[in-house]
Design a protein around this ligand. Sequence first.
Ligand code: GH3
Ligand code: MG
Ligand code: MG
Ligand code: MG
Length: 312
Amino acid sequence: FVRPLDITQLENTLENVLNLQLSEPYRVLIVDDDEDLAARYSLVLRNSQMQVQTLSNPRQLFEVMRSFDPEIVLLDMNMPDFTGIELAQMIRLNDEWLRVPIIYLSAETDINRQMAALLKAGDDFITKPISDNALTAAVFSRVQRARALSMALSRDSLTGLLKHADIKEQVALEVERAQRSGKPTSVVMLDLDHFKQVNDRYGHAAGDNVIRALANLMRQRLRRIDSIGRYGGEEFVAVLPDCPAEQAERIFDEIRQRFAALSFHAAGRTFSVSLSAGISQTDGRAGGGELLERADQGLYLAKHQGRNQVQV
Ligand code: GH3
Ligand code: MG
Ligand code: MG
Ligand code: MG
């Protein structure tokens, strides 16, 4: 006999509580021809701060998936027009929804028939009737996992920083926000000095360690609201909202000094590496692309004036 999961137990770790408070509400799509039942499930999940959409006519499935962008789909197995399995198969034909867990809500308890359904499509079964807590826990854990996976996949694997396209988008977003609020935002472009030599002398793996060390240093020094991305191989971009260029310059000059003071070890030798950076600040007119260009001009200047420096 297994006691149903108690949701308060699940929420009890500080991390879960923080995640719930900080994150956007989970988006859940319930497809069930039994509208009363769907409304009841919906109420239960809404009580746990989730955002729920119910659908009784599966013909609108794709339309609703596009507009609502659910993070999990709960599918009834038996409906008049399509079976849950057929719907799951149709969802799985689209790569854009590859990360969305599909869970069957069904009275089917025959394990062989459950297996047969899972072999066709779908990820798991929840058998009806289901307790409120079990439903909440099942949805909570799966969406939390899907979000963590999606976060990990969207990050640069060497450093855990944002990838090129994502940091570029973040810069554009923050620059727009700064234009609306009138608060200055800084954009930083940073490149390691003579990094080809580092690879040539100490090997590519040692070079990778240097890149990781700088990423960690920036993560430690910058605020939660700042975004950092690996823009290219050994080139980084950061955007610092509500931070004028002079302040960004102080912060990055400190990062520059701390980084230059790090000792790396490879091939029986000890070495250090320096960095150069350029900084631009929002002016109420220029867009993200232009601010990146200006930060890059600062970087160019820093390189030409002897490297190991920050230029605004
Ligand atoms: P500069 O001071 O002018 O920037 O000189 P540099 O040698 O650093 O020149 P540049 O920035 O053009 O060189 C980038 C080098 O960084 C080329 C490449 O070998 C190395 N690199 C790029 N990505 C990676 C990476 O992921 N790992 C390692 N180990 N090296 C990388
Ligand atoms: Mg039904
Ligand atoms: Mg370089
Ligand atoms: Mg470079």
